[in-house]
Design a protein around this ligand. Sequence first.
Ligand code: ADP
Length: 527
Amino acid sequence: MRVPPGVTSQDFSTALEQFAKAIGREWVFTSDDDVDLYRDSYSPFWHEPEEPIPSAALAPDGVEQVQAVVKIADTYKIPLWAISTGRNLAYGGSAPRLSGTVVLDLKRMGRVLEVNEPNAYALVEPGVSYFDLYRHIQDQKLKVWIDPPDPGWGSPLGNSLERGGGRTPMHDHFAQVCGLEVVLADGTVMRTGMGALPGSKTWQQYKYGFGPYVDGLFSQSNFGVVTKMGVWLMPAPEAYRETSVFVPKHDDLIPFVETLSYLTDLEVCRGTMLLESPVLAYRAAHGGSVLDMPGGPTVAETERMAEQNGLAYWSMVLRFWGPPKIIDAQWGYAKEKFSAIPGAQFKEGVYYKFPVDPNSLPPDTLKVALGIPNLSVFGLLGPTDGHMDFSPIIPMNGETVFEVLKVFGQAYADLKVPPSYQFFALPWYFFPRAFVLLFGFPITHDVEKNKKTREVFKHMIEVAAAHGWGEYRTHTAFMDTVSGVYSYNNHALHRLHETIKDAVDPNGILSPGKSGIWPKRMRKTTA
Ligand code: ADP
């Protein structure tokens, strides 16, 4: 049996006995077979000693059991890694950052505590998956939508804490969080926002409560174990329409993104959007790259390619949710604005008036945009052993997109890796006001390939940082590196994170290493 670092076998055995008393022996997992289930199935360290492997897993049910577990762990300085449904694939899955950590699996806490239709919110426990919440709402025939990520098997709580996103107007998941219940490292239960007022009637309706707003301290963090979360839902819209915009020339991207920015800031266009390039996709499919590789085709050559093949240079699918009168007007206004770009073209897509039977939707429907969780994204990825996402935030303007294509094209050339070494998407409008890039790097069971991928990944983080672009989230394997580039004023933010960590978790038991935050006793000198 593995033992957490710094803990004696005897203390660990005593603690396991106490855990068993607190939560039931059948919910304490120590066999290799059981513990293996918590390894990261997309680990970039397959077959290498660096792969973080848990020593055990615990599955408490209920906040009192979580408190009991945390208190025992605090007594014996046993590191715990909290997960909700553990589907954080591409960013570490259910595996901890540090080998020997005990996984605190909260999937048994799977109760939908409330769904309020008139005020469009839910209160959920960590183990509630998007599928569970969707089914609950369907069964109760409530007129609210959830916003599932693709894929939809994770949990609103885990995904929101990681600041993930979906596709509907509620796409920025952490922004929809309203009220948390948290177990702190000493076992104290705390409620944030209006939840701090005993008998509060607005825990899920007003985020800020009184005094410093602390909810953000529990996202991408290791300051507490979240046991309940309020989440805002979308009132079920009357209608939905999908449309597309195309512009012909390379330089059209500048007014294209300016217009998009104006329309999204005004909330005329909402939801997640992906910038696409029919001609760059064509170029990549014919032996070239989406990226601008040194010595690759020039802009003029690519524009000729676009013209010869009847392809737009840039395009985007726009989606609208709401009453027909309003979404028709929004689309009309968006068209008017994009029409200022010479040669802009528009295409009408599907238009649904609800209710629509989900079983009647065409197979290529982007169901997550209709609030329906599913796993079809795995079909799009094809047969791989997994992937790891590199996802820097970049400014929302056309000039930066041009720069990104050049900078990462050059980085690929410098590292002598083919651009096909990743599946790269052009920028997403995934969070308000900025773009995010999503590079999916392949994970394999080939040690040498994974070593190369890690080298490329690290280089990309550094190249991005040198241009002022930083990741919004990263795989556990790169948390120290990413945290290291957020280094303004001699790592002032990181040092604040450490100060808070030392204050709220002095024995350093909660998720050591999460987001590069290590407890004092495990801290190396900051990069
Ligand atoms: P999901 O299955 O919803 O995608 P996970 O359960 O894998 O999400 O959680 C993603 C990450 O979020 C975890 O690795 C952990 O760092 C953090 N996390 C998840 N649930 C909690 C929780 N209840 N309390 C604190 N942190 C959590």
